[in-house]
Design a protein around this ligand. Structure first.
Ligand code: ZN
Length: 169
């Protein structure tokens, strides 16, 4: 297993919609293992393949509390088929958007259809924090970042700050 480099804003690759996975083959299994290593190392609770430079519809997450054993979930070609209610995701952040957090409005419960890594179809009803994580990661697969949900003014301020940081490097 390997820790992969994380693609960060403003890299335009993050804006590209991803392609569906057609074959859950050995290459995909290896990508999943490397993504898991990368996510736990970061550490993060979710990671989409696009964040490690792979333009496929694939994401992983683990929302189990730190004191519990790891419980990795893999979603391939996920789709939100139902969304209800609203909740405020407080201080949302992203491994691909360094040094920034913001409140984001999200649906409070969603129903997701996908395949797991064994090609089994899965339906997931997610609420609260898990619904936030899944909406955030599925957004990535459509080329959307959480900062696309905040006001243009706030986004501009972050953009300016990140450009200054990049100039200094
Ligand atoms: Zn993210």
């Amino acid at each position: 297993m390997a820790i992969l480099d994380i693609v960060t804003y403003p890299d335009s690759f993050l804006k590209k919609p991803t392609d569906p996975v057609e074959n859950i083959d050995g290459t995909i299994q290896q990508i999943i293992d490397n993504m898991a290593e990368t996510m736990y190392h970061a550490p993060g609770v979710g990671l989409a393949a696009i964040q490690v430079g792979i333009g496929k519809s694939l994401l992983i997450y683990d929302v189990s509390p730190p004191e519990q054993d790891r419980s990795l979930s893999v979603l391939i070609n996920p789709r939100i088929v139902q969304a209800e209610g609203t909740q405020l995701s407080e201080n949302e952040g992203c491994l691909s958007v360094p040094d920034y957090r913001s409140d984001v409005k999200r649906a409070s419960s969603i129903l997701v259809e996908a395949f797991d890594r064994n090609e089994k179809p899965v339906r997931i009803e997610a609420q609260d924090f898990m619904a936030i994580v899944l909406q955030h990661e599925i957004d990535h697969l459509n080329g959307t970042l959480f900062i696309d949900h905040i006001s243009a003014l706030k986004r501009q301020m972050y953009e300016r700050r990140i450009k200054k940081m990049l100039k200094k490097k």
